[in-house]
Each structure stands twice: as structure tokens, then as C-alpha cells.
Write a protein that binds this ligand. Structure first.
Ligand code: NBP
Length: 495
């Protein structure tokens, strides 16, 4: 389309995400200019806009013309590969930008890169937003969840556009000003960490139902469809049901059984676990999902290990047989409950990681509002995010989702089923690291007395690290070895 007037917004980077988001913005009635380093993608996007009924989208091959085609103050969304390509794109465009103009990086960027770019942009008077975008190709085109953080002014300049472009749910568009600095990227990173956890937990539910319950792909498709009509209703459950239905075009059976069991990853899950460790926040379910991806990558080693251990007498069949026959109907219901309870623990970990970072950085993150903007558009969108939102609305300083009265009740109702599934899986030799990590997290968190007393005693014995007592104030050190020897010799401390 020929540009008659200046565009309201620009978008640079026209791969999968950029093209679709640009078409979405144009479709919502905001004239948009687009640019890409490789100009054929500009032409491709312009052609798509024409095909889709002549959307107000204007392509530019030159960065200068692209920038000058925007009304001021200018707002440019960048959707290129994270890292150096973002710096290169900023360098290309910023030569033509003027004070008050804004750059909005929509990539999966490391939050500290955004904070560096905010300070680099500010001497030129440029505003900067790091905006998490979730929902993949379909979300970008039909309505993503948007997590913008950084300059409040840059957000306000495009708030009307973002609100229309984002997914819409019952309580508004799936976008909010997340917070200053790299808050938007950090929130997107944790979203992805939670996504790793959800996917791992679903894969464990599948494994238990298939291996212990003997369910076929058709049964699994039906069950996941049914689950998607209840408390587990979510995008990931819905797509999982669909996956079980797809036949293999190259042979018998369903495609899912022909897929190599090696999971890929791009890094945001690893960052989430690294940040959890940095902030001393326990995130065992997310960490377990990351570990599982690493172990899945060792396909050849695992095959060799299976052989060695089978020779040593560990057989899958014998382990499976050791748990005996199961009541399928009950197993399916138990797994549903175990999945739900495990999910709550995983989200509790992610939310607590967000809160810890918010406190460290002074971001003032609103956890209930973040749960709300994840209700639509993004990969972890789910019915139960509304419950999380409400839990934080009831109590903004809730220390853990598990102790919200409603979630506490739900955990209590499901813990029997949850323990049965984990116990059964352990007995049958089916690894369920996510469900086990969630259950251990739950049991560790809810027990007022842990065996940490013994660890403190050990630390004091070998390192004189001292310990506190439960019955009197102060810090204490004991000559443990000397007293133990005296005790052995019958010369106890009280003699
Ligand atoms: P990619 O991450 O595959 O990046 C391709 C784009 O980066 C192309 O436009 C390419 O231009 C541009 N680019 C590269 Br590579 N190096 C460049 C450079 N040095 N200078 C200028 N441009 C450069 O695209 P994507 O999958 O659309 O993702 C974009 C961002 O959104 C990423 O940060 C990604 O992590 C994030 N994200 C992706 C998804 C998803 O589902 N794909 C979901 C959510 C977030 P060229 O055409 O000239 O090579």
C-alpha cells in the first residue's frame, strides 16, 4: 500500500513474529511502517497485507525512509533475534531518531541487555521499552500477551495500540505496564520458565497414563479433551489433545510416537533457573523441567544405559509389573489431580521468583495483574490463572500461593491422588521429576519442622558455623566431636 500520511508506529524485523504482529497492528486500524534488513521480507509482508484486504501497512527498504515515515514522537517495535542483532538494529535506526522517540524491543531479551540499552538510549533523549511478547506466530497475529517494561512515557505513547493488539479476556486486554528497567523481559523470562514446568508436568501425566495405565493415543486425546473442559483448561492441554490425534503420514499409528525424544530449548528456562539460584528462591519444578531437557538430549547415552542396567537386572517390564493392575478410571482421575496440584506449586515458584526480583530491583511488580495478562494470548494461558489473580487480589502480600485459603483447600483435596500417582510412578520406575519436585516443595514448605537442625549441627561440627536454638536466643557453638567421644566413654557432659 502507498503511504499517504505518516504512520502511527513502525516495526523492524519481519521474521515470523514481526510479520504477524505488524499485520495484527494494521488490522486493528493503526497505519504501520515496516522494515527488515533483508528487503525481500519487506515485500513479502506488504504482499500479505494486500492479500488480507489492503491493510494499512507500508514497506520501506531504507532505514532512513522507514524512520521518517513515522509520526512523532516515533515508536518503533524491533522484533529481531535477541542479543547483537538488537544492538545492530538500534544502531541502524537511531541515527534518524530524535529526542522523545521510542524503541520497543519485543524479543526474548536478557533483561540486563534492556537495562544497558535504556542507559545508552537516554543521552540521545530516546525512550526505551523491553516488551515480552508471548503466543508464538498465532498469538502475534491474533492477539498476544504483551509484557512491556521500561519507560512509562514510551508505554503511554502506544498504550492504545497495544491494548487493541493484545489478546482480549473478560477483564481486559492482555497487556499492562509491567514496571521500569528490564521488568518486562524478566517477567517474560519467568513466563517461559513456568511454560517449561507446565510442559514437563503434562509430559509426565502422559507417560504415567500411557506406561502404567496402558492408554492409547486415542484414549489420551479424549482424556485431554475432557480435561480441557475442566479445571485444567488451558492452551497447552488443548494442543496436547490435538497432538495425539495426528496420524503419521509415513506409516502406521500416530506421529507423536515417531518423534525423537530429545527436547530443544532456546535459553529462557535456563535463565529462570539461574535467576532463582541467584535470588535464593526455590524453583525445583522449573529446575526439574530444565534438567529433564538436558537428560533428554543424552539420547545415545540413555540407550546405552538402558542396555547396561537391563543386563544388571533392572527391567522396565518387571518394574511395571511390580505395581500390579491399576484401575484405569481412578488412575486418570488421580493423574488429573496430581497435574493440577503440581502446577499450583510450579506457579507458586515462578510468582515468588518475580516477587524476589521485584524487591531487589524496586520494580513494584503487581503479581495479580501479571496473572491477569497471562490469561489470554500466551502459551501458559489457562483458566486457573484467574484464580491466581484473585488470590493476589485477596492478599497482595501472600507469601506463597499454596497458603491462599482457596488454593490450600484445593491442595488438601488433591494431595491423596497426588501422592498415589507419584508413589505409583516411583514403584513402576517411571520418572516424574516435575510432579516429585512439586510434591517435595509442598511437603517441605508446609512442614514447620525440617531436618535442617541436623544440617546445622553438621555445619557447626566441621566448620564452627554456629547454630541457633529453639529455646533460647543467641548463637552457639559446640565441641561436638569432643563431647561425642566423652559420651562414648561414658563421661557425658552432665557427669
Ligand atoms: P528470529 O529470532 O528468527 O530472528 C530473525 C530476524 O532477525 C530477521 O528479521 C532477521 O533479519 C533479523 N536479524 C538477524 Br537474525 N540478525 C540481524 C542483524 N544483525 N541486524 C538486523 N536484523 C537481524 O525471529 P522470530 O522468531 O520472529 O523472533 C523474533 C524475536 O521474538 C526473538 O527475540 C524471539 O526470541 C522472540 N519470540 C519468538 C517467538 C516465536 O514463536 N518465534 C515467540 C516469542 C518471542 P534478516 O531477515 O535480514 O535475516
Amino acid at each position: 500500500m502507498e503511504s499517504a500520511a505518516l504512520s502511527r508506529i513502525g516495526l523492524a524485523g519481519l521474521a515470523v513474529m514481526g510479520q504477524n504482529l505488524a499485520l495484527n497492528i494494521a488490522e486493528k486500524g493503526f497505519p504501520i511502517s515496516v522494515y527488515n534488513r533483508t528487503t525481500s521480507k519487506v515485500d513479502e509482508t506488504v504482499a500479505r497485507a494486500a492479500d488480507e484486504g489492503g491493510l494499512p501497512l507500508f514497506g520501506h527498504h531504507s532505514p532512513r525512509e522507514f524512520v521518517l515515515s513515522l509520526s512523532r514522537p516515533r515508536s518503533i517495535i524491533i522484533l529481531v533475534k535477541a542479543g547483537a542483532p538488537v544492538d545492530q538494529t538500534i544502531a541502524t535506526l537511531s541515527r534518524f531518531l530524535e529526542p522523545g522517540d521510542a524503541i520497543i524491543d519485543g524479543g526474548n531479551e536478557w533483561y540486563e541487555n534492556t537495562e544497558r540499552r535504556i542507559s545508552e538510549a537516554s543521552p540521545q533523549g530516546l525512550l526505551y521499552l523491553g516488551m515480552g511478547v508471548s503466543g508464538g506466530e498465532e498469538g502475534a497475529r491474533r492477539g498476544p500477551s504483551l509484557m512491556p517494561g521500561g519507560s512509562r512515557q514510551a508505554f503511554d505513547n502506544v498504550a492504545d495500540i497495544l491494548s487493541k493488539v493484545a489478546a482480549q479476556v473478560d477483564d481486559g486486554p492482555c497487556v499492562t505496564y509491567v514496571g521500569p528497567g528490564g521488568a518486562g523481559n524478566f517477567v517474560k523470562m519467568v513466563h517461559n520458565g513456568i511454560e517449561y514446568g507446565d510442559m514437563q508436568l503434562i509430559s509426565e501425566a502422559y507417560d504415567v497414563l500411557k506406561t502404567v495405565g496402558g492408554l492409547s493415543n486415542q484414549d489420551l486425546a479424549n482424556i485431554f479433551d475432557e480435561w480441557n473442559r475442566g479445571e485444567l483448561e488451558s492452551f497447552l492441554i488443548e494442543i496436547t489433545a490435538d497432538i495425539f490425534k495426528v496420524k503419521d503420514e509415513h506409516g502406521e499409528g500416530e506421529l507423536v510416537d515417531k518423534i525423537l525424544d530429545k527436547t530443544g530449548m532456546k535459553g529462557t528456562g535456563k535463565w529462570t533457573v539461574q535467576q532463582a539460584a541467584e535470588l535464593s528462591v526455590a524453583a525445583p519444578t522449573i529446575a526439574a523441567s530444565l534438567d529433564c531437557r538436558y537428560l533428554s538430549g543424552l539420547k545415545e547415552e540413555r540407550e546405552a544405559a538402558a542396555g547396561v542396567l537391563e543386563q544388571a537386572g533392572i527391567s522396565n517390564e518387571a518394574l511395571r509389573a511390580s505395581v500390579g493392575a491399576v484401575d484405569k478410571k481412578r488412575l486418570i482421575d488421580d493423574v488429573r489431580q496430581a497435574l493440577y496440584a503440581s502446577k499450583i506449586c510450579s506457579y507458586a515458584q515462578g510468582m515468588n521468583l518475580l516477587r524476589a526480583k521485584s524487591q531487589e530491583k524496586g520494580w513494584n511488580l503487581n503479581l495479580g495483574e501479571l496473572a491477569r495478562i497471562w490469561k489470554g494470548g500466551c502459551i501458559i494461558r489457562a483458566r486457573f490463572l484467574d484464580r491466581i489473580k484473585k488470590a493476589y487480589e485477596r492478599n497482595g502480600s501472600l507469601p506463597n500461593l499454596i497458603v491462599d485459603p482457596e488454593f490450600a483447600r484445593e491442595m488438601a483435596q488433591r494431595q491423596g491422588a497426588w501422592r498415589r500417582v507419584v508413589g505409583l510412578a516411583i514403584g513402576a520406575g517411571i520418572s516424574t521429576p516435575g510432579m516429585c519436585a512439586s510434591l517435595s516443595y509442598f511437603d517441605t514448605y508446609r512442614r514447620s519442622r525440617l531436618p535442617a537442625n541436623l544440617v546445622q549441627a553438621q555445619r557447626d561440627l566441621f566448620g564452627a558455623h554456629t547454630y541457633e536454638r529453639i529455646d533460647r536466643p543467641g548463637s552457639f557453638h559446640t565441641e561436638w566431636t569432643k563431647l561425642a567421644r566423652q559420651s562414648e566413654a561414658g563421661v557425658g557432659a552432665h557427669n
